[in-house]
Design a protein around this ligand. Structure first.
Ligand code: GRF
Length: 200
């Protein structure tokens, strides 16, 4: 059984989808052992409590990045977390944090990277006029929205879309993509060559 640790800052819908798929066995041999938010008001904490999961607030307010990261990593290690899943975690990890879990930190981003990294990716994509949008699950490295790609899902942008309907359809794909990516990483049947992840 592999232990997942979730980091979030807000709504928590990706976390909830992962939780559901871990419980149902869609993500085999995995369980969420803790949810950490840097924001006390994150709705994701409520979901965690409702699901009976350990939910921790480690506030980042007024802390240096690495000081905060040290507290988070200590909590993750105490619970013997094997895989760290960033799910709407609105903080850049320090290089030190990344080194504590080599190729063991995943992130989801609501665009087809490398297009539109950073904030409000769906709005950026819509305003740019793209005809295809989507989401990316990738390993976390020291750069923002940057590490090797594990799974991408693409959807067409419809003429009837606005940025809200587009974001909602991307989110549906996110909920599928994240669990798929976790499954790939946990089975270990892949190799990474340069930036490319190839499934074996
Ligand atoms: C998602 O769009 C995710 O791709 C991005 O932040 C958002 C988090 O949503 N990184 P939720 O908290 O999982 O509902």
């Amino acid at each position: 059984m592999k232990n997942l640790g979730i980091l979030l800052s807000g709504r928590g819908s990706n976390f909830e989808a992962i939780a559901k798929n871990a419980t149902s066995g869609k993500i085999p041999d995995a369980r969420i052992v803790m949810v950490i938010s840097n924001k006390p008001a994150a709705e994701g904490l409520e979901i965690a409590r409702r699901l009976g999961l350990t939910a921790l607030v480690i506030s980042s307010k007024g802390k240096e990045r690495e000081e905060h990261d040290r507290e988070v990593v200590a909590a993750l290690k105490e619970q013997k977390v094997d895989l760290v899943c960033l799910a709407g975690y609105m903080r850049l990890l320090s290089p030190w944090f990344v080194q504590q879990f080599p190729r063991r930190i995943l992130n989801i981003h609501p665009s087809l990277l490398p297009a539109f990294p950073g904030l409000e990716a769906q709005e950026q994509a819509f305003a740019y006029g793209v005809k295809v949008a989507g989401c990316t699950v990738h390993f976390v490295d020291e750069e923002l929205d940057h590490g090797p790609i594990i799974v991408q899902k693409a959807i067409p942008v419809l003429d009837t879309d606005d940025e809200h309907s587009l974001a909602a359809r991307i989110l549906e794909q996110e909920h599928i993509a994240y669990s798929e990516a976790i499954g790939i990483v946990l089975t270990g049947n892949y190799e990474i060559v340069g930036r490319r992840l190839n499934q074996k």
